[in-house]
Ligand binder design. Structure first.
Ligand code: KG4
Ligand code: ZN
Length: 341
């Protein structure tokens, strides 16, 4: 089965072709980062308009790259939520229009299920069951995964998502959007131990997270340094490192707890923040103690992309799922509501 996947939930237009026999044939991405950077974050209306401009040329591009034609496509999968409604509607309308024109089924995919399954596109995919840490710009969740659509939420952030904390903290320190990669870049030059930040909610039981206090702690530290006349690049790097270490250690402590609680030895990390090298290293060291293994996608498939939507859609379509011609998207959509495959 050849599936065209479309991703438009936020500020990336992602398109891919996934073949159930041959694997991923082609994928293309247009990132709107430059468009939104001057505003310090994503402007929803600009995002929607840009998806409209990029979608059809990207679809033509992946068909050409894969050496396929429209008549070869067996189904169209698109991100139906959660995300920005206007942006989601562009992908949903385009997918439904193509499906109608081509006489093939369409299927709306859950964006976080797409992220969760992205490591399945790698050479050594994880086997069910496993614990998944989903860390993106909008979500921080620990999930027990027994199969596709068989998700048990173990814990989540009570305020900011991990990626959101990176982005907001970066903004407070005058760094450009998106802040995650910027903080990671500065942290590489940071001196460890000069600043030590709290590890929120690790001193009490449970698997929930809270990152908004850490953001305020970082701002206060940065302001105190500036008031003392130190706004040097080195200080920014040292603060970035202290912040990143606090996030990584907090996530690692909770992942260890989730693995202990479930008795599982495989951990999947997915979503934009899973591209963070320090997080990958921290989790690999911890999993080493457990004689367990951590799985993640190549960096390009950690952040938003069409390949994960084509893959997740294909698995559900193969199981016989599809939907009618109505165009429906959801800004909020708990993953536990998904049907098992
Ligand atoms: O999954 P994603 O592309 O979009 C959402 O579904 O939200 O995640 C984007 C988030 C942003 O907050 C971005 O700052 C963060 O992932 N991010 C990173 C890194 N690369 C992207 N955070 C930390 N370190 C990185 N290397
Ligand atoms: Zn995402």
């Amino acid at each position: 089965m050849l599936v065209l996947g479309l991703e438009t939930s936020c500020d990336e237009t992602g398109v891919a072709l996934y073949d159930s026999e041959r694997g991923l044939l082609a994928d293309a991405l247009f990132s709107q980062i430059d468009l939104h950077r001057v505003f310090g974050g994503v402007v929803p209306e600009l995002a929607s308009r840009d998806h409209v401009k990029r979608m059809l040329p990207l679809i033509r591009q992946v068909l050409d790259e894969a050496g396929r034609q429209a008549v070869d496509v067996d189904a169209v999968a698109y991100t139906a939520g959660p995300g920005l409604v206007g942006a989601l509607l562009v992908g949903a309308s385009c997918a439904q229009a193509l499906a109608l024109a081509w006489g093939v089924p369409a299927l709306g995919v859950h964006h976080m299920e797409g992220h969760l399954l992205a490591p399945m596109l790698e050479e050594q995919p994880p086997a069910f069951p496993f614990v998944a840490l989903l860390v993106s710009g909008g979500h921080t969740q620990l999930v027990r995964v027994d199969g596709i659509g068989r998700y048990e939420l173990l814990g989540e952030s009570v305020d900011d998502a991990a990626g959101e904390a990176f982005d907001k903290t970066a903004k407070l320190m005058g760094l450009p959007y998106p802040g995650g990669p910027e903080i990671a870049r500065l942290a590489e030059q940071g001196v460890a131990g000069r600043f030590v930040f709290p590890r929120p909610m690790t001193d009490r039981p449970g698997l929930d997270f809270s990152f908004s206090g850490l953001k305020t702690f970082t701002l206060n530290t940065w302001q105190q340094c500036r008031e003392a006349g130190d706004d040097s690049e080195q200080t920014r790097c040292d603060i970035a490192l202290a912040f990143q270490q606090a996030v990584v250690e907090t996530l690692t402590i909770k992942c260890r707890r989730a693995l202990k609680q479930t008795g599982l030895k495989s951990l999947v990390i997915a979503g934009g923040v899973s591209a963070n090298r320090s997080l990958r290293q921290g989790l690999e060291t911890m999993l080493g103690e457990f004689k367990g293994k951590v799985f993640y996608a190549r960096p390009r498939f950690c952040t938003d992309n069409g390949a994960m939507i084509a893959y997740a859609g294909c698995q559900r379509l193969l199981a016989g799922q599809h939907e009618g011609p109505e165009i429906q998207v959801q800004a909020r959509w708990p993953m536990e509501q998904l049907q098992p495959v």
